[in-house]
Design a protein around this ligand. Sequence first.
Ligand SMILES: CSCCC(=O)C(=O)COP(=O)(O)O
Ligand SMILES: [Zn+2]
Length: 228
Amino acid sequence: MAVREDADQLVRSTDSQHPANLICELCRKFYTLGWVTGTGGGTSIRHNDHIFIAPSGVQKELMQPTDMFVMDYNNRQYLRKPTTLKPSACTPLFLAAFDRGAGCCIHTHSQWAVLVTLLVERDFGTKACFEIERIEQIKGIPKGRGKAGNLGYHDSLRIPIIENTAHEEDLTESLEKAMEAHPDTYAVLVRRHGIYVWGDSVQKAKTQCESLDYIFQLAVEMKRLGLP
Ligand SMILES: CSCCC(=O)C(=O)COP(=O)(O)O
Ligand SMILES: [Zn+2]
């Protein structure tokens, strides 16, 4: 399918909840949290059959809705392609989350996420996992795909960790393997790099990402204080 002549209509809207507006707004917020510093990280939204994708290598906190790429989810063709920009290198990873029913996927370079990956042993299988229990905030994370409700205080939270690669797109295979090995997870950590968090909706992806970042910071500080 060719890029549509009316492609600008796909990203121009006065509705603050339009995906092209939301991605810009979210990335401005995420920048203040240190999640998308120095062009790293990003966010993608699926709205019906349209995938909204930010450009690669740009200051994510300064993006405009007209900078957004729009992909047809079914045939993976671009309906809108800003001519001077390239789509995010995270696109295949975002698509892996959408293929598992996500409505939004957030990638952060949060230092808390990076630090927790350094606290967990390397494992060359699919077993490397960050694990924590008896922390109230784990109630902010869903039990799993197709399961009703969120984790409870007495549950354990497990987030798989994959090894980093030289290029973002080369993470796709190990991300998909981690998703298969941990079907209940809504997030995958990337060692020395950051995290991918997805949710059924934008609101869920955002609150899950916030809960996880809070938990990672707590875990790092607990370790520093020598707490179990
Ligand atoms: C300094 S950022 C390196 C690339 C990266 O890890 C990332 O998340 C950003 O990728 P994008 O192509 O969306 O700019
Ligand atoms: Zn990244």
